[in-house]
Design a protein around this ligand. Structure first.
Ligand code: NOJ
Length: 867
């Protein structure tokens, strides 16, 4: 913050404050390891005779595992490696043999525990068949996959169903900087020594770099692929861009204050999964590394990805499958699927920094009822604490949290309280953390002190297994009694954000449990923190699904938390970019994602706020939030007719909750996105435009196609309609006729949406104050027939909160004029369908006996459906 403020002040004078963050963060050129890797690759590109100096020297096969040693020409260093097949995908893991160094406090090994945090605990290894020759190893697995590894220089060629699809180290960019002293550097002419032992970046000069240069870099050539996605988090397009002569995409979790759109700058979270999609083949490159990383992309007929990380082992998994959804499935098996959320957490969340006291909270809560606007959760930002001492309640303004929780519970409402990882010095929580040696330490292995919201703070080290018990006990007493099941947690600032730290975060030479440098674990610290919170909530209420919102995340975070896109602004371009950002999060297996509705900084116009709600109802995580300096903007503040437009939007979200919940259920089993880009269902389309569409999406597998309005003064919408499909008008959730035109008029209160022919969806149409009060409400089924008069769909139902709940999963099929249901599970509450609406029925009207109401709509009231 100190740096931000000083720079901001200087630039304020120049009227330039909003570009300040570029100066806070290292560019590739300023970042030692990226600079050196680019220096290497640029020289190689200019020298066609260059041959990678790395080769496989020896190897042995033991069952389904191959182990060996990679050497580098003219050096003595040895890199042991291992090849295995995990969830039918190829894993390569390479380490470095280093001498014991007893003179340093820091762990001298390359960090090799990233996968322990990222992987699901049930991950499976599979069979592999190795065929070796004097200069290559061939590996066959899972019948469709084959890899040929050239021994010297090392190079990988991947085949899928006999088609060559991927090359690794074909461009010779492989670089493994091994441990050397300054005095004993031996460099190739293509290698640079820039910032190997010190850092000249303004805020990083104190980095001691105790282990010297340790970076890794590697190239991947994707044969015939131009459509690349993933590697969040960036405020940028869904389709990844060519970065030639531009800043590469950076993965380094930071508190990027007032971020800009159209930027490859790092943000709060990192998921090192890149997917490449073309007709009949999809590839996922999962780079298991939690250090500072850059990804350079060169697009052409065969696109190249150059991945570089500051340190850690070289560990990557190559997933090759038929389609993008198969990549989600495999990636989910490796890192875990998203937890089926509390049903109530799919309702509307009302947040601001801050609701001032208990009265304020309860007033806001009852205003929702007064205005007949449903909501489920009200949020408390940092001011509810006693002077920003987390795990305490302010003794005056929040003196009776139990009563507040009790009152909220009467209408089925929840409360979320924020708990950050920086702990103010000088009270019982930080004192215990320091005494019990549970803090992140400085480079001398003493508790690190830095600045964040409370002023001077220490950070809990959630890599330390002993932190769990401490956190469990602290949460149990903070959360008053197990009686209050409606209290949930928000984990913010867990990049970790350090106001006076380099690049707004912790010094890279700080130390964590195991004497690992912060440098090695930086991108997964946020995950360790919210996972510890998750376990604490489970230890308090073992059969209730915890709800946690996290700002920082890594691969695996989807198992235990929802994320949001951080501090956006009340401007149209932030509303627009929220859609591709959330789609990207869904592509990489983190579907429970949202953005601050209304924008965090600033004050939205009435039109922008209304349009934001109308788009925000589609965010899997739907929360309005505002900065402490923003004006109050709860839905009734804006006035009519906008309050009514917002009410209608929120009510539409609630009526579609069965669809959202069913989509989450499917995501929790298969990894299918909840907000699904169009290319998922049409990756074999000949129209290349489908791969770029980032302003339109499906809601899971429901067939609901949405294109939110994200432009000021928009009065029409033009959908992209996939070839050979029928779509019905469904604007505002009102099913209508088959559309003839993709373009139609929209008014200020319109939420444009369509329903695909062939779909059956279930809605709940009654207004209730919260999801809990909707429990016994009957369903309306909408059946939209395809051109053959058929349709199908799914509905998942359970108690909405228990980990082991009774459930029912119902498959509907409409065929030959009959509705058939097939269900599974033993949910015992009655499931009532009060109305069925069939559209497109003119194609089958003879079978239905010509009963039409409302034009082309066939409505059955009080139908008799056996479930
Ligand atoms: C930063 C978060 O991004 C924001 O949502 C929150 O309001 C502030 N921290 C204060 O806690």
């Amino acid at each position: 913050m100190k740096y931000q403020l000083t720079l901001c002040f200087i630039f304020l004078l120049l009227n330039y404050c909003f570009a300040v963050k570029d100066y806070l963060f290292k560019s590739c050129q300023q970042n030692g390891f990226c600079n050196r890797n680019k220096y290497y690759s640029n020289h190689i590109l200019g020298d066609s005779n260059f041959k990678s100096p790395y080769y496989i020297n020896k190897f042995e096969i033991n069952g389904d595992i191959l182990r060996g040693i990679v050497l580098k020409n003219n050096t003595n260093v040895e890199f042991p490696f291992k090849i295995s097949i995990i969830e039918n995908s190829f894993r390569f893991k390479l380490d470095e043999i280093r001498n014991l160094n007893e003179n340093i406090i820091v762990n001298n090994n390359r960090y090799n525990e990233t996968s322990n945090w990222a992987f699901d605990k049930n991950v499976q290894y599979n069979k592999a068949k190795f065929i070796t020759s004097k200069d290559s190893i061939q590996i066959n697995y899972n019948s469709n996959h084959k890899v040929i590894i050239n021994l010297n220089p090392i190079k990988f060629t991947f085949y899928y169903k006999n088609e060559k699809v991927l090359l690794i180290n074909d461009k010779h960019f492989l670089l493994i900087e091994y441990q050397r002293s300054k005095e004993n550097l031996k460099l190739l002419p293509q290698e640079s020594s820039f910032n190997m032992f010190s850092d000249d970046f303004q805020d990083s000069k104190s980095d001691t770099l105790p282990l010297g240069p340790e970076s890794i870099g590697l190239d991947f050539t994707l044969i015939g692929f131009q459509n690349l996605y993933g590697i969040p988090e960036h405020a940028d397009s869904m389709l990844l861009k060519d970065t030639t002569n531009k800043e590469p995409y950076r993965l380094y979790n930071v508190d990027i204050f007032e971020y800009e759109t159209d930027s490859r700058l790092p943000m709060y979270g990192s998921i090192p999964l890149l997917t490449a999609i073309k007709k009949d083949v999809s590839i996922g490159i999962f780079w298991l590394n939690s250090a500072d990383s850059y990804i350079d992309i060169k697009k052409s007929q065969d696109s190249t990805v150059h991945w570089m990380s500051e340190n850690g082992i070289l560990d990557f998994i190559i997933i090759i499958e038929d389609s993008p959804k198969d990549i989600n499935q495999v990636y989910g098996k490796i890192t875990g699927f998203t937890q089926l959320p509390l049903l109530s957490s799919l309702g509307y969340h009302q947040c601001r920094w801050n609701y001032n006291d208990i009265k304020d909270v309860l007033d806001v809560s009852s205003k929702f009822d007064e205005y007949e606007i449903p909501y489920d959760t009200i949020w408390l930002d940092i001011e509810y604490t006693d002077n920003k001492k987390y795990l305490t309640w302010h003794p005056e303004t929040f003196d009776k949290p139990d009563e507040m929780l009790e009152i909220l519970n009467r209408t089925g409402r929840n409360l979320v309280a924020i708990i950050d990882p920086h702990i103010k010095t000088g009270y019982f929580v930080s004192d215990s953390l320091i005494n019990q040696k549970l803090t992140m330490n400085n480079n001398e292995d003493e508790s690190y002190h830095g600045h964040c919201w409370p002023g001077e703070s220490v950070w809990i080290d959630t890599l330390n297994p002993k932190s769990q018990k401490f956190w469990d006990d602290s949460h149990k007493s903070f959360m008053i009694s197990d009686k209050y099941k409606n209290l949930h947690i928000w984990n913010d600032m867990n990049e970790p954000s350090v106001f006076n730290g380099p690049e707004t975060s912790a010094p890279k030479d700080n130390l964590h449990f195991g004497q690992w440098e912060h440098r090695s674990i930086h991108n997964l610290f946020g995950l360790t923190y919210h996972e510890t919170t998750f376990n604490s909530l489970l230890s308090r209420l073992p059969n209730q699904r915890p709800f946690i919102l996290t700002r920082s995340y890594f691969s695996g975070s989807q198992r235990t938390a929802a994320m949001w896109t951080g501090d956006n602004m009340s401007k149209w371009e932030y509303l627009k970019i929220s859609i591709p950002m959330i789609l990207t999060s869904n592509i990489v297996g983190m579907p429970f994602a949202g953005a601050d509705v209304g924008g965090f900084f600033g004050n939205p116009s009435k039109e922008l706020l209304t349009r934001w709600y109308q788009a925000g109802i589609w965010y899997p995580f739907f929360r309005a939030h505002a900065h402490i300096d923003s004006r109050r903007r709860e839905p009734w503040m804006i006035g009519e007719p906008y309050t009514s437009y917002i009410r209608d939007a929120i009510k539409l979200r609630y009526s579609l909750l069965p669809v959202f919940y069913t989509s989450f259920y499917q995501a929790s089993k298969t990894g299918i996105p909840v907000l699904k880009p169009l290319f998922y269902d049409y990756s074999n389309s000949t129209n290349s435009k489908i791969f770029e569409i980032e302003d339109e999406f499906f809601l899971g597998n429901s067939g609901i196609l949405v294109k939110p309005i994200t432009d000021e003064n928009a009065d029409e919408v033009d959908f992209y309609i996939p070839e050979n499909e029928i779509f019905y008008q469904f604007t505002n959730g009102q099913i209508g006729d088959k559309i003839d035109n993709s373009k139609f008029e929209v008014k200020n209160n319109d939420i444009p949406m369509l329903l695909k022919g062939g779909s059956i969806i279930a809605m709940k149409e009654r207004y209730r104050r919260s999801t809990k009060l909707m429990k016994y409400d009957p369903y309306t089924l909408i059946i939209a027939l395809d051109k053959f008069g058929n349709a199908s769909g799914e509905l998942y139902i359970d108690d909405g909160e228990s980990i082991n709940s009774d459930y029912k999963s119902i498959n509907f099929e409409f065929k030959d004029g009959n509705l058939l249901t097939k269900s599974e599970g033993n949910y015992s509450l009655p499931i009532e369908i009060e109305k069925i609406i069939i559209v497109g029925a003119n194609q089958i009207n003879s079978k239905l006996g010509n009963i039409f109401e409302d034009g082309n709509k066939f409505i059955i009231k009080k139908p008799n459906v056996n479930i």
